[in-house]
Design a protein around this ligand. Sequence first.
Ligand code: SAH
Ligand code: AVI
Length: 325
Amino acid sequence: MPNLVRTRATQPVERVPNPGMLAEVVAGLSAPQKELPPKYFYDQRGSELFEAITRLPEYYPTRTERALLAGWMPELMAQLGTRTLVELGAGNSEKSRIILDAMRATGLAELYVPIDVSATFLSQTAVQLRREYPGLTVEPAVADISVELKLPRLMPRPALFAFLGSTIGNFYPPAAIRLLARVRAAMAPGDRFLMGVDLRKDIPRIEAAYNDSQGVTAAFNRNMLLVLNHELGADFDPDAFEHLAFYDQVWHRIEMHLVAKRAQVVMIPGAEAVTFREGESIRTEISCKYDRASVSSLFAAAGLRIEAWPTDPTTPFGLVVGVPA
Ligand code: SAH
Ligand code: AVI
């Protein structure tokens, strides 16, 4: 059943149809600075490599966000009376369990909607969560959140829309604003938006998080080429590309690139040959770092405002609660 993901015993869900992938990849590789969208990291292996990244000593965001959630969610969920959790880019839902536990403690938890492009990973997570939370309805949605949210028609309210892990940072500001505006449009009175954002801080610490000593981030970066080989029949040689990650102080973001070790030509069926000069790179990801002012202006442009942001100067990561402006 290669194109179907079974999320319930009786209800198969179609894998995200991706007719646009070839066009998107060709457009990205034809630009003066070759570029591919980071959503193509996340096949099964890519999702597993990201999980491994979250456990690396250098990768501080996940454990910092987990600690913030553990400290804050019991109080916040009791205060909001949340009945539905919608999560964008849910991944393995590891930190979502902290929110779900806090919802369950209030006796109000009814529905969890994890949304992700990584179809098989999402369905495995859903099966596991149904076992762990017997009274909870888990309705996963396979969707590209840069295009749509794919929400169930009926959701018990109030709902919490969560976007954790600083995945917002992987979107260029105009796309981030469109995404947040989509969330804003889906919110009903009483709903809240919870977003994790990685904060600006000393550059060596940020750069170390994307250049780990075990090479897991490098493998994650190269995995995108394997995804293109598998999905499009391309003939990239991942070993012919080097991982590069650096902080851009002007744009306040990490950039990840794959740099051609030598001049080469790559074939993608249905497209013209893609040529690389030695040293030429594909930008595979940006990871923007924020402060309060930059989050405020993103929110304002999307029709949201910051309602709460408990800050601690020693914490290099922010958890922000947003409401419609
Ligand atoms: N929220 C989790 C996972 C973060 S990794 C955490 O905080 O640890 C980023 C997740 O977003 C991955 O699971 C990836 O598959 C998903 N993702 C990335 N781009 C996406 C897109 N355009 N649409 C939907 N999901 C996306
Ligand atoms: C998912 N996203 C927020 C991660 C990040 O830090 O930008 C992806 C990642 N890229 C390299 N390491 C982790």
